[in-house]
Ligand binder design. Structure first.
Ligand code: 48H
Length: 269
């Protein structure tokens, strides 16, 4: 830079750009059609489908990165298996699949995460990272009408910092194995009966891949007014089997969760 004109910007310009940009975008997302907890395969697919349908949707992901369990493939081998029924959901976002044994297809895990996130963003969804859903907003009849958020850094540090809230007509629990959001609701509303067969979140069972995949779409449902479970959270809510490192069910579940949420939004509930 010596001898040339100094740039117009300085350190404060960088700070201002970040702070102003963040708050403009976050203020936009205070009243959503759909809030999704978790940016794994089911959450990202649901976000893409909803945004493509013109709904205002944001994903709140606790980690600083998206993709959930996709990155690790199976046992850290970063390859993702999907079955034929789900293959179009990857193909339509440009994830390249190659045929594998017994009618399965294989994708690269990094490509699957990158294209899933990019497709959701291109469709109009916003993804917030580093923000966890720690609770829900409730109204009459315990209807869910928003998410309560806090920084993951606060959670990790164990700090006593009160959260902030965002309203949404529908919340999708796509938090994976623990079905964290549905469990939180169950824990905090004594006597609540969810619409699962048992009335509660049962937790997942050991592995039986074919059955787990077969029932996942049916288990993707509104378990309480305003709250839909998707992906592993749908399996865990119903006490279903785990499936191991096959991801087709997650994509199909995300798509179904989006269709259910869109229907609730359209019906004005
Ligand atoms: C915000 C949160 C919170 C919270 C968690 O685990 P995921 O990849 O979830 P799915 O259901 O989309 O996909 C499951 C799949 O990855 C998998 O684990 C399979 C197929 N397992 C089979 C087997 O047998 O093991 O993603 C969930 C995301 C993660 O990124 C979490 O960090 C995030 O949700 N998350 N985000 N608020 N309270 N809890």
């Amino acid at each position: 830079m010596a001898g040339s004109q100094p740039a117009a910007w300085d350190e404060v310009s960088i700070t201002r750009a970040i702070m102003e940009g963040f708050f403009q975008d976050f203020l936009d997302d205070l009243r959503l059609d759909v809030a999704i907890a978790g940016a794994g395969p089911s959450g990202l697919t649901a976000a893409r489908c909803l945004a493509r349908d013109g709904l205002r949707v944001a994903v709140f992901e606790r980690n600083l990165y998206v993709g959930g369990g996709i990155w690790g493939g199976g046992m850290l081998f970063p390859r993702v298996v999907v079955q034929e029924e789900a293959a179009p959901l990857f193909r339509e976002i440009g994830v390249r699949l190659r045929p594998a044994a017994d009618d399965l297809f294989l994708a690269d895990a990094v490509e699957a995460v990158s294209r899933s996130a990019a497709a959701a963003i291109d469709a109009g969804a916003r993804i917030w990272v580093g923000m966890g859903v720690e609770d829900l907003v409730l109204r009459e009849d315990e209807r869910v009408c928003g998410v309560v958020l806090n920084w993951m850094a606060v959670e990790r540090a164990g700090l006593h910092v009160d959260p902030l809230a965002v309203h949404a007509r529908v919340v999708i629990d796509a938090t994976g194995h623990e079905a964290e959001v549905a469990r939180t609701l169950q824990r905090k509303v004594p006597g609540l009966r969810l619409r699962t067969a048992s009335g509660e979140v049962l937790g997942e069972r050991p592995m039986w891949s074919q059955v787990a995949e077969e029932v996942l779409e049916a288990n993707t449902m509104e378990v309480h007014p305003g709250l839909i479970v998707a992906g592993m959270a749908a399996g865990a809510a119903h006490g279903s089997y785990r499936m191991g490192a096959i991801f087709g069910g997650m994509l199909l579940s995300g798509r179904k969760a989006a269709a259910l949420a869109a229907e609730i939004c359209r019906n004005g509930r």
